[in-house]
Write a protein that binds this ligand. Structure first.
Ligand code: AKB
Length: 314
């Protein structure tokens, strides 16, 4: 059975991806790592406290567990990255470069997510194509485009099996995201259940692509299992499940909670980032090359999020 390593496993994607990968490949075959101690991840499988910027310690873990595939999930997100661009570059690129070099040296496949943040104001806004202008205006986006290019380079130059998808905003109910521009679409459910109201930092009319976490986990596993001979693209595939504005999500929530109210207190940094990103992605290439097909839409996701957040509250 394949041995898998997850870097940054304590974050929004990693905490759920670890559990999903363990259910597919066996608990003992999925090694979770994070800077912080993560008792939940250590409870049912191997866990190592690891700073991904420490290349030697990282390589030791890969050697010790005879790793075949790495999921590199270390990243400072878009809004928090703008508060400290130097730190964002150091962390995002440091973890990526170590991952690429270790994948090269120890012959591992490597998954690193890219993002809608890799696009910028010059990219076509609606149905943004797979291959198009990419001139992001955030440090997060600059790191993502650089990461995509490095993934291609390591594949062509050294034969490293690098793979990636461009994630939209991810909505989940296990671990909260931190410092992203799309975080409002998660916070809204928690505040709706806890307070009956939400103050939204994104203007009412701004469209962004979104995806429910179960679809994102499927994408991570499917792209890594995809037949390489069918992949025309590698770094990185557009994937999306839905595209909506805050006002549309508000209307959907009010169907289930008619008393819920939402007001706006727009955060100018998040507004300018959100307006520089696509309204909607065209994910035809992912569908054609490796069978990507999301299962969740805004309605089914909202029902499931409210159920899960209410259960947590009890
Ligand atoms: C963010 O908002 O920074 C992330 C992303 C879309 O990559 N959720």
């Amino acid at each position: 059975m394949k041995k898998i390593l997850i870097i940054g496993a304590g974050g929004q994607i990693g905490s759920e991806l670890t559990m999903r990968l363990r259910s597919v490949y066996g608990n003992e075959n999925v090694v979770a790592t994070d800077m912080r101690d993560c008792p939940m991840l250590a409870a049912n499988g191997p866990f190592v406290q690891l700073n991904a910027l420490d290349g030697e310690a990282y390589a030791e873990v890969v050697k010790k567990y005879k790793i075949d595939a790495i999921y590199n999930l270390v990243a400072l997100l878009s809004a928090v990255g703008e508060a400290n661009p130097q730190k964002a570059w150091q962390i995002n690129m440091g973890a990526l470069m170590n991952s690429l070099e270790i994948a090269r040296e120890y012959n591992c496949a490597l998954f690193t997510p890219s993002s809608i943040g890799a696009f910028g104001p010059n990219s076509p806004k609606v149905k943004t194509p797979q291959d198009t202008v990419m001139r992001p205006t955030t440090i997060y986006g600059v790191c993502k485009v650089t990461g995509e290019l490095l993934g291609d380079y390591y594949h062509k130059r050294f034969g490293v099996d690098t793979r990636s998808v461009r994630f939209p905003g991810l909505i989940s109910n296990v671990t909260l995201p931190g410092g992203g521009t799309t975080d409002y679409a998660v916070e809204i459910y928690y505040d709706a259940v806890k307070k009956g109201s939400y103050v939204c930092p994104i203007p009412s009319d701004v469209y962004m692509d979104m995806m429910y976490m179960p679809d994102a986990l499927d994408a991570c596993i499917q792209i890594m299992e995809a037949d390489p001979s069918k992949l025309v693209h590698r770094n990185s595939f557009n994937v999306t499940s839905m595209s909506f504005t805050p006002e549309m999500l508000y209307a959907e929530l009010r169907k289930a909670m008619p008393g819920f109210t939402m007001t706006y207190d727009v955060d100018p940094v998040k507004e300018s980032i959100a307006r520089s990103w696509p309204d909607s992605l065209d994910d035809t290439c992912a569908r054609e090359e490796w069978g990507w097909k999301p299962k969740w839409d805004m309605k089914s996701m909202t029902e499931d999020m409210l159920r899960a957040v209410r259960e947590k509250k009890e």
